[in-house]
Write a new protein. Structure first.
Length: 809
């Protein structure tokens, strides 16, 4: 091959088609492509020129943004924010803060920081973290509003502020800012109205009527987007259903389904049907086919669940409504299973809370004690109410349902359960409201126990003790409530309720302490009544002097107040305790004759009875008989009448002493006959009255300790009167009845001795000694712990000595 010409190409050049051969670059290919035509050359020239211009422009923007701190401006930062370059905007704000932290751009810096925080919040997956970011944004934007938003950003700044406030659960302030944005001419009116609607719907006290109005305004905006329209229709369907506007709910749900037949539109359809079903069941409408409604609601809700592929809040709300439909159909077992399943899977969500609450209500109505556990789960979830977003039930609706559960426990007299629930209600209720419910529970519990104690009579002592304990616990709760509302107008009422509960619980020292504080805090309202109750508390403590000070102040400063009438009655008792019956009588007579009261007044009645008792206490028996007889004639059904009848009987018995003394001193037959007739008249009246009181108490099933003592005394006094009248056989029979009734009590010793006296008067000494021997046997049989002092005047030793002496006769 020496004759061949050498090749121009290098020997190591790769062959054509070799994969390792280098491909021409873009510029070479463009040059080759354009060389074939002048038209192509023109196109390439224009393209390259445009690319050069874009490159220069980008270089200038980058150079401008990346310039040193001395070149940073608020306009640059706003421009970076507008094109979505958050990092550059944040960097520029930092430089602005360094070069002019409080200068003319301060409001703009705050605006930018707030807007950046909102964008950061939008990317948060955790609702709690998002709420925190929105809260920080609201602080920046609120301060920016005070300083001044950047020029041209005033309306947008107000909208962003409103949004940040609403998203961070500051609803009232957020509503105000959003309304201001609309008034300032917000170009996105629909978005602002929808934001207001969300605020009204999600606030603790959901205002669905306001939400509906705002959504209607959004729908009227000609610039509303298709996405906003769908959102508006779904929201208004939901709010209409919750507001009970069933026809509107159906219409909007159908319209939303037509625009966007997705999971949420089917949810709204199902919710509208479930709401209509609930109304029909509640109102017991016979003309509504509830079975068909339930079936249609179930179909719509199941479809919503199937379409919600990601199992979002739509599925959870659908599951709650399916449980509600089952409950409304009467299938409570299925409803409980559905509620429990949703609560276990999504207990912290709004549908989960609603399910747990519905589960508790259903269990409570069934009388299941595990209802309290269901309510506890709700309360555990709401330990921080500010985090709660009520897509199913607003926070206020949850609170109201819990209040209703508490009230139902009270109405059913399930006070222990009511107290357990009340003690767990803060949060979501405020501490003050929780204390108010606790106090009311304990007070009503005390009332109920007191009523039962009265019905049980002497067997009701344990109930009465527990009743007073509940009253005292209620008083403590009322005091705590007063402290929690010290600066509020309810403070005075809480103190008053505490004082009354302490009085009912017979904690008189505490009652006096609270009443004195009440009088220091409130110089006018209920002043007379407070002084009266203060005096009564001191009187119950045996502090008669302090009681009189309170009563006298009441009489001096409030002579015409209704409380002054009772003050005179109680002051009379205080004077009697201080051995001043004259002052007591003067006060009672002033009530009866020196005031505008009539016998129809309760205080006039009580004064009359009190005056009669005072006469009996002073041994003014004839006056006592007249006064108490008039009182009994006027008020035969008053509880005081029984004691009054007994005192009249006692007064007649004692009044017989005077004619009996005349009988003993009489010198003539006429004098003796007259004295005997007078004595027998008193004794016969006493005998009849003792029998009347005795029969009345015997026929009463509810005896208290006073009735028991009065009954025993009636038996004894009746026998004693028969003895005085010389009717010894009848007296023996009466004493024997007492011995039979009280055979194992020391009191029977007295009756046996009296029987012995009657036997001796009948000259039956053998049977008289037998009665004494019977008494000695009873004394030996009585247990060592027997209470002699409560029913007799002698101790066991003294009785033994007396009976031994009587055996000698």
């Amino acid at each position: 091959m020496a004759n061949e010409e050498p090749n121009d190409a290098p020997n190591d050049a790769p062959a054509e088609g070799d994969p390792a051969a280098p491909r021409p670059n873009l510029l070479t290919r463009l040059r080759e492509w354009s060389s074939t035509s002048g038209h192509r050359k023109l196109i390439v020239s224009i393209g390259l020129s445009a690319a050069a211009l874009v490159t220069v422009a980008l270089w200038l923007v980058t150079a401008d943004i990346a310039a040193g701190p001395e070149d940073a401006t608020i306009e640059q930062a706003l421009a970076a924010l507008d094109i979505g370059d958050e990092e550059a905007a944040r960097s520029l704000v930092g430089r602005l803060q360094q070069q002019s932290p409080d200068g003319d751009t301060y409001g703009g810096q705050l605006y930018l920081l707030g807007a950046l925080k909102i964008r950061h919040a939008e990317r948060q997956w955790s609702p709690e973290r998002a709420r925190t970011e929105y809260y920080v944004a609201s602080r920046y934007l609120n301060e920016a509003r005070s300083v001044g938003f950047p020029e041209g950003r005033e309306t947008l700044g107000l909208y962003l502020l409103g949004r940040a406030l609403i998203e961070s659960r500051q609803f009232d302030a957020g509503i105000e800012a959003t309304i201001a944005a609309i008034a300032a001419g917000d170009r996105g009116a629909a978005r602002s109205h929808l934001l207001l609607a969300r605020a009204h719907r999600e606030s603790p006290r959901a205002r669905h009527d306001e939400a509906i109005r705002e959504i209607q305004r959004a729908l009227e905006d000609p610039q509303i987007t298709a996405e906003q329209r769908t959102e508006a229709l779904l929201m208004i369907a939901d709010s209409a259903a919750k507001a009970g506007l069933l026809d509107d709910a159906d219409r909007y749900a159908a319209e939303a389904a037509k625009d966007s037949p997705d999971a949420e539109s089917w949810l709204m359809t199902g919710q509208a049907l479930a709401t209509r079903l609930a109304a029909a069941v509640r109102d017991n409408k016979a003309d509504v086919d509830t079975a068909t409604l339930a079936q249609q609601a179930t179909v719509a809700l199941e479809r919503a669940r199937r379409l919600d592929k990601l199992a979002t809040g739509v599925s959870r709300r659908s599951e709650y409504l399916l449980g509600l439909v089952s409950e409304l159909k009467g299938d409570e077992a299925l409803a409980l299973r559905q509620y429990a399943e949703l609560r276990r899977k999504h207990g912290s969500s709004s549908p989960g809370v609603a399910a747990a609450l519905a589960e508790g209500d259903l269990l409570r109505r069934q009388g299941d004690p595990s209802a309290l556990e269901a309510y506890r789960r709700v309360l555990d979830t709401l330990d921080e109410p500010s985090r709660y977003r009520g897509t199913v039930l607003s926070l206020e609706e949850v609170r109201q349902r819990l209040r209703e559960a508490h009230l139902n426990y009270l109405t059913a007299n399930q006070f222990a359960d009511a107290q357990t629930l009340a003690d767990r209600l803060a949060p979501p209720l405020t501490r003050s409201e929780q204390l108010a419910l606790r106090a009311e529970t304990l007070r009503r519990w005390g009332d109920w126990l007191e009523e039962r104690a009265i019905q049980e009579g002497r067997r009701g002592a344990p109930l009465r003790s527990e009743s007073r304990l509940r009253y005292r616990e209620a008083a403590v709760a009322y005091e705590q409530l007063a402290e929690s509302r010290y600066a509020e107008r309810e403070f005075i009422d809480d103190l008053w309720d505490a004082s009354e509960a302490y009085l009912q619980g017979q904690s008189f020292a505490d009652a006096a302490r609270v009443l004195e504080r009440y009088l220091r805090s409130e110089p006018q309202l209920r002043n007379a009544s407070a002084l009266l109750k203060l005096g009564q508390a001191h009187l119950a403590l045996g502090e008669s002097a302090a009681a009189l000070n309170a009563f006298n102040e009441c009489l001096e400063f409030h002579p015409d107040d209704a409380a002054s009438y009772n003050a005179r009655i109680d002051a009379a008792n205080a004077h009697l305790n201080r051995n001043d019956p004259e002052a007591a009588e003067r006060l009672l007579n002033e009530n009866l004759m020196g005031t505008a009261m009539t016998p129809a007044s309760p205080e006039w009645r009580d004064s009359k009875f009190a005056l009669g008792r005072l006469y009996a206490r002073q041994n003014r028996y004839l006056e006592a008989i007249d006064c108490l007889s008039e009182a009994v004639d006027r008020y035969p059904d008053d509880p005081q009448s029984r004691t009054a009848l007994y005192l009249i009987a006692e007064s007649h018995r004692h009044a017989a002493a005077e004619p009996l003394a005349r009988l003993a001193a009489a010198n003539t037959v006429n004098e003796r006959e007259r004295a005997r007739a007078d004595a027998n008249d008193h004794l016969e009246r006493a005998l009849n009255l003792y029998a009347e009181v005795q029969n009345e108490i015997t026929l009463t099933s509810a005896e208290d300790d006073l009735d028991r003592a009065t009954l025993r005394n009636c038996y004894m006094m009746r026998a004693s009167v028969l003895f005085e009248m010389g009717r010894y056989d009848e007296a023996i029979e009466a004493y024997s009845n007492v011995t039979t009734l009280y055979q194992n009590e020391p009191f029977s010793l007295v009756t046996l001795v009296q029987i012995s006296h009657c036997r001796r008067r009948l000259q039956d000494n053998v049977r008289a000694r037998g009665a004494i021997e019977q008494a000695r046997m009873l004394l030996a049989r009585l247990p060592p712990e027997a209470e002699f002092a409560n029913s007799t005047n002698l101790t066991r030793t003294e009785w033994d000595r007396l009976l031994s002496e009587l055996m000698l006769f």
